[in-house]
Write a protein that binds this ligand. Sequence first.
Ligand SMILES: Nc1ncnc2c1ncn2[C@@H]1O[C@H](COP(=O)(O)OP(=O)(O)OP(=O)(O)O)[C@@H](O)[C@H]1O
Ligand SMILES: [Mg+2]
Length: 492
Amino acid sequence: MEGISKSFPGVQALRDVQFEVQGGEVHALVGENGAGKSTLMRILGGVHQRDAGEIHLRGQPVEIPSPVYARMLGISIIHQELNQVPALPVAENIFLGREPRRAGGFVDWKTMYARANTLLQDLGLPIDPRRRLGTLTVAEQQLVEIAKALSVEADLVIMDEPTAALTVEETERLFRFIRDLRPRGVGIVYITHRLEEIFTIADRVTVLRDGQYVGTYAIGELTMDGLIRLMVGRQLTEKFPKEPVAAGAPVLEVRGLTSRGRFTDVSFTVHRGEILGIAGLIGSGKAAVAHAIFGAIPVDSGEILVDGHPVTIRSPSEAIAHGIGLVTEDRKRLGLVLGMSVTANITLPVLPELETAGFVRRREEAARVTQAIRDLDMAVASPEQPARNLSGGTQQKVVVAKWLQTRARVLLLVEPTRGIDVGAKVEMYRLMVDLARRGVGIVMISSELPEILGMSDRILVMHEGRITGEFPRETATQEAILASASGRIHRA
Ligand SMILES: Nc1ncnc2c1ncn2[C@@H]1O[C@H](COP(=O)(O)OP(=O)(O)OP(=O)(O)O)[C@@H](O)[C@H]1O
Ligand SMILES: [Mg+2]
């Protein structure tokens, strides 16, 4: 790709960008949220049309007018935002639009299910192809999407943040698969915000910044700090800006909470000003605990106390009324109204506060939103831009900004930095520290051990729906947490 430019109303997403992938190489594409990575790859995938520039495939100039055409050219793309059909079985999702057929044109179901089965087994995925996709976890759905892309035997496979929802183990499985593709001459474009992955899997790296090309480097000539500097254009010093806090009174207490099939007998206390980390593998039930406290999934027994008083929470609106906020990993489903503007999304939970006699005080609303955009350094063209058009990481920031408006006493953060770039991560951590200083109790549920270790005052570990470990900040180590996460009991 040469001299590629692309504008959307109000944003120049790409300006004179070049990019080259060779057969048999893993080429990482990196940059901050909104840098233009997905846009560049959507042009290659036939989703967007460029305004200027040229694309050459195997040395020949090409036009890529549609996604179907891209697939015919041997380009397969795993989009950052999954587009799957939850009501259909896994196998049908994999072969959607290109089902194997018998003479006469009828779908050959038997072959389709057999091929889906082989494919899933090759990937080492213990998933039944007959299961409805919607019953799988986000991570499993992501793996199905990867299986789908690999099934078309493409020459060029583009992975836009494939590991955002994967565990360490699943990521390693994916890497083994990528390593198998390399000798077959397949070119792989790999987009991620988990920069350490790049040093494991990539041969070369191209860096974009603000829609512009910064450079292309062999992995051997880069260090982590050097790469970050290229991405953000400055040196990032502190990674985890955690400050010591004197924890105050208990703000949230959970006693013997059980949600059948999800988690059992979970008890803990969060104090004002405290950051409580909850670690555990995907499937350990840690995210479900947050959703249950928030009233989004049913609880079978147990008690929840806010500021020392027992409360009943049967729905998210009751949780919000008790001063509890939730930032989730699944922002599309639970966090954002995609068709609404940035402004409307941010002020949604506080509209009653902003109203006088049924009218929204627009100036105050605008001031709050401008402040939030500045505080979180959001890449938005205008506060009126629909959330749908934002880059993945910026959408996450909108969800956080929304809860910051509510002056919640307790904030439940589930995978709060997933898909967020290095610079924005530090911003997010600073915000957490700032909130803690103001007395908010924070529960951070995360699969990223470095942030659990770097940001928590206390760490709980879950395994198969139960709390198996508790560690104060001072004595927590990665090894000890991993041991607890695989079932070893540890009490502080
Ligand atoms: N369909 C669209 N309409 C309007 N603006 C868009 C659209 N798609 C992307 N943009 C804008 O183009 C810019 C680049 O977005 P892009 O999604 O390519 O970023 P990215 O590098 O993939 O970021 P992230 O790491 O957050 O996924 C952003 O400012 C984004 O808001
Ligand atoms: Mg993107």
